[in-house]
Design a protein around this ligand. Structure first.
Ligand code: HEM
Length: 144
């Protein structure tokens, strides 16, 4: 987004980013409701306690950050006076415009991106560890 010099195109792409982020928010809320109703399968027998708590912590943080990220994004753009839009329909929030909220939101949005990248990397490495080193079913059973 940062590298697009054409202003009109940039604004379209940024809006697409906002709508994609809001779609992720909807999917994450649905996913959260799904997991509350359908508990996920337990880790294989004999998994050490520290790995069980690491799994729970990382997965909780992935849910939390993937819900917080789009909310922060939405609040910051509404506070900045540029709500996401679908054609002419503005997706506003009941909050006032504020430069301070826009700036703090922008900082949180930036740092949360790195936290998500870190968490997803740990998640992928752990799945590969299960598959190639522990040789159990954990990666296979994530597949559809
Ligand atoms: C899971 C959802 C989202 C992810 C992973 C995400 C990720 C990112 C990342 C990595 C950046 C670049 C950060 C930087 O360099 O400062 C960014 C920028 C931005 N995001 Fe998001 N975002 C999400 C949702 C949203 C939502 C829902 C909105 C607004 C409704 C939004 C609005 C923005 C804006 C306005 C920028 C700055 C664009 C610019 O002017 O360069 N984001 N986002």
């Amino acid at each position: 987004m940062d590298d697009i010099s054409d202003k009109a195109l940039r604004s379209e792409i940024v809006n697409l980013h906002k709508l994609t982020g809001l779609t992720i928010l909807i999917l994450m809320v649905l996913r959260l409701l799904w997991t509350l109703v359908n508990p996920k399968p337990a880790l294989p027998l004999g998994t050490p306690d520290w790995q069980k708590s690491a799994e729970r912590t990382v997965q909780f943080l992935i849910y939390a950050t993937l819900i917080a990220m789009p909310i922060v994004g939405w609040v910051m753009v509404v506070a900045g006076g540029h709500p996401p839009h679908i054609f002419d329909f503005m997706l506003r929030l009941p909050i006032a415009q504020s430069k301070a909220v826009r700036n703090i939101g922008g900082d949180i949005h930036f740092y949360l991106a790195w936290v998500i990248i870190l968490l997803v990397s740990i998640h992928i490495l752990a799945a590969l560890y299960h598959h190639f080193i522990k040789k159990d079913e954990v990666l296979r059973r994530m597949m559809p």
